[in-house]
Design a binder for this molecule. Sequence first.
Ligand code: AFP
Length: 332
Amino acid sequence: MTTLAQYLQTHTTAQIASTMTTLATASVAISNLLSQGALAGIHGEAGGQNVQGEAQKKLDVISNDLLLNSLIQNPNCAGVASEELDDINPANENGTLLVTFDPLDGSSNIDINMTVGTIFSILPYHNQGQKATESDFLQAGKHQVAAGYFIYGTSTMLAVTFGAGVAMFSFDPVSQNYVLINEKVTISEQTAEYAINSSNRRYWLPPIQQYIEELTQGDTGVRNKDYNTRWVAAMIADVHRILIRGGIFMYPYDTKIEGKAGKLRLMYEANPMSFIIEQAGGASTDGVQRIMDIEPTGIHQRIPVVLGAKEEVEYIKALHEMAGILANGEKA
Ligand code: AFP
């Protein structure tokens, strides 16, 4: 049996290991709160009450505070950015790492007792001795030194990469340890399962319209085989399923909201999940280019996402090329 603490000693630097331990400790506290569910008064909107009649914050706010407060006390951490907060938080000026996180991805699932999770990304910090600013965080995903997620489902699990494959851990509530269950997670290049919110169909660009049309025609169309749809409405759960049994996940460019090219956030969702997917042998693009090559322009930037089985992701990229689509849905 290998615990997370043992794995970290041999697979990463002391600074990243310490930051990972801080994240893992916070994740256990979040997992405990989630398992208390309605009894902790965490269901419903902020402003509700728990069984003791105390005013409650929403769980995504509680999770955000837990992660933020523990990370800024870690001497290795030079700054923290959260999907929940407008501004970045500078931490220890002599730290070597920056952390971004989505404290509770899929938070609308909490009220219906469905899977949610914490996504994190760790970047290098280059301005020791100075207070971290937003521009220090604006590094392309290929510079991440670690990324992963804690998923709170029927059990609590961790998937993490330090740039040499993806390891998966399961939390043992008896020993209170994350225990290694798969040291090299791999994704098949083909699939017969796809995840997309089809209610947005009319807003998609022609290449995605064509792709989904081909899949839904199943064995009566050009694909000559049937496909299955799955959509949890929590990227973390859809990506976890892909790591376990393959598939493709899409939140593509759409024209639903003027000025918003996609729903998902580059720094909190797309980059860390792309690092995980690529390290497991899959691919990740915005439909046109590799997500981890994109130079961020803002900490809360949104981005279209197409990730998972390599052959499918490449095919979608080819469809965009044939249609002459450039980044951000513009035509050549
Ligand atoms: P929340 O964290 O606000 O619930 O959003 C989750 C998410 O950003 C992502 O995890 C899902 O893939 C996507 O939204 C689901 O969006 P739809 O509302 O289109 O199903």
